[in-house]
Write a protein that binds this ligand. Structure first.
Ligand code: BG6
Length: 485
């Protein structure tokens, strides 16, 4: 299979926070890989902007270092490409809240071409940046703005952020990033559901017993303790990434694969989420092991009540899903880095095989990482003579095997999402009302445990989370899938 690279028209991309961690680790390496892949036409310009005083030469050197450190040889970038890439980089020293740098930046802009402004800064600066762009004449119809999570910390703050952007930009110009939507397999979810006849007729509570969504990480909170301790797993992962996965799994088929049709359907799912019983939520905090500190030491707050793990059971209360629970779990310092969605089908209504007393069910597993791919567990006869004993085996489609070299070098989420911004395709970005609806659902749950000052349950680093999370499913006669090592 030959990879299709469709070049995009020359564009200007300004990265506010251009010297920050996200720019170094993700944004610039992603742009570099698209550059190496030949997707950027001559004349494209990338402009870093931040408070740090620097000139173009110093910025180019600074980014070259980041590319060496974070590109990890991905994306077929040959030696020498960094030098070429450096030529499209420049830098403006700029103060988001003052006047410094804004005239210089606006003079750099080429009228009549797509220009994108990436707000790779804390949300407290979103409103200031939007206002300055407007004041300095850079907020016209060719402009797109890209904002990162966290998009607020509750409904009220998300509304205020939406308003501060909407004062100067139309919703069609705002790209709210949830990098999970840029993952290859996450998009494949839609292809599997809406590009095949096989699954959709079974995709409802009549045939699906339950759905499990797991995003397990082995890393701890690392150097982000301060941010994380104010967020916790619910705000950091569930309100956005897991919610988006849930929407794609549960939504009705949109009439077209276009941004508003898809986002309308996702919004309906969020609005259909039922109330969650507090006993269906398990929150945990990781303990230290021989090598690494525990959560409380990491965040330097011995009394912290913030969760680094959460498991919950929820219902999508609509015609399609009534009666099929969704179980979600995510946590840090777990046994393995595994992100997957498992659609567990019901058992056959009647067993005709007298030799076999086991329970069998089909499970469709969509593996987001590692080893992106899809498994379908099917029941077959155990080979050999001696009766009809049945065994479940996976039909395994690992993308890197099924798709050849193309499947091995899957563009990372940021590559795809930034190119979508340039193309003007909002399908994989969250709309303002979606984000608000997600907070509206999350807020009362968080308020309830904050009010009760509920303590998260300690769990061992390298485990599958607190025992109580296992019990959450056992109680219903179900079981989490193992976290594969
Ligand atoms: C981020 C969270 O949005 O997603 C992090 O803030 C988390 O806490 C990360 O580690 C996980 O992303 P990925 O792509 O590594 O699964």
């Amino acid at each position: 299979m030959v990879s299709r690279i469709i070049p995009v028209d020359p564009f200007d991309l300004v990265v506010f926070g251009g010297t920050g961690d996200l720019a170094r680790r993700k944004i610039l390496p992603a742009l570099f890989r698209r550059f190496c892949a030949g997707q950027m036409e001559r004349g494209t310009r990338i402009i870093g902007a931040a408070r740090t005083e620097m000139d173009d030469v110093a910025y180019r050197a600074f980014i070259a270092e980041a590319l060496i450190e974070f590109n990890e040889g991905k994306g077929g970038c040959e030696p020498g490409k960094i030098k070429e890439f450096q030529k499209i980089l420049s830098y403006v020293t700029l103060d988001a809240r003052g006047e410094l740098g804004w005239s210089e930046l606006s003079e750099k802009m080429h009228p009549g071409r797509v220009r994108a402004f990436y707000f790779s800064v804390g949300p407290s600066l979103f409103g200031d940046l939007a206002l300055r762009l407007h004041q300095y004449g850079m907020a016209d119809s060719d402009t797109r703005i890209v904002v990162e999570k966290p998009f607020g910390r509750d409904l009220e703050t998300a509304r205020a952020l939406n308003k501060s952007l909407a004062d100067h930009f139309d919703e069609s110009q705002i790209y709210r990033i949830d990098h999970y939507l840029g993952k290859e397999t996450v998009q494949n979810l839609m292809a599997i559901r809406f590009g095949n006849m096989l699954f959709e007729p079974l995709w409802n509570s009549q045939y699906v017993d339950h759905i499990q969504i797991t995003v397990a990480e082995t890393v701890g909170v690392g150097g982000r303790g301060d941010y994380y301790d104010r967020s916790g797993a619910m705000r950091d992962m569930v309100q956005n990434h897991l919610m988006q996965l849930l929407c794609l799994i549960a939504m009705e088929p949109p009439s077209h694969f276009d941004p508003d049709a898809v986002r309308d359907e996702k919004l309906k799912v969020i609005r259909a989420l039922g109330e969650v019983d507090p006993k269906d939520i398990v929150r945990g905090q990781y303990l230290a092991d021989d090598e690494k500190p525990g959560y409380l030491e990491h965040v330097e707050n011995p009394r912290s009540l913030t969760e680094s793990f959460i498991a919950l059971k929820l219902d999508v209360v609509n015609w399609r899903w009534s009666g099929t629970p969704f179980y979600l779990r995510t946590g840090k310092r777990l046994k393995s880095r595994t992100s997957e969605i498992a659609v567990v089908f019901k058992e056959t209504p009647h067993n005709i095989f007298d030799d076999d007393n086991d329970r069998h069910r089909n499970i469709l597993t969509i593996r987001l990482q590692p080893n992106e791919g899809i498994d379908l567990d099917v029941t077959i006869k155990e080979p050999g003579p001696g009766g009809m004993r049945l065994v479940d085996v996976p039909l395994d489609m690992t993308f890197s095997e099924a798709l050849g070299p193309e499947g091995e070098d899957i563009p990372d989420a940021y590559e795809r999402l930034i190119m979508d911004v340039v193309r003007g395709n909002q399908t994989l970005f969250m709309r303002g009302d979606e984000v608000e609806a997600a907070w509206a659902w999350t807020d009362p749950l968080i308020a309830a445990w904050e009010k009760g000052a509920t303590k998260p349950i300690p769990y061992d680093s390298g485990s599958s989370g607190p025992e109580e999370a296992l019990a959450l499913m056992h109680r219903d006669g179900r079981k989490w899938r193992d976290l594969r090592i």
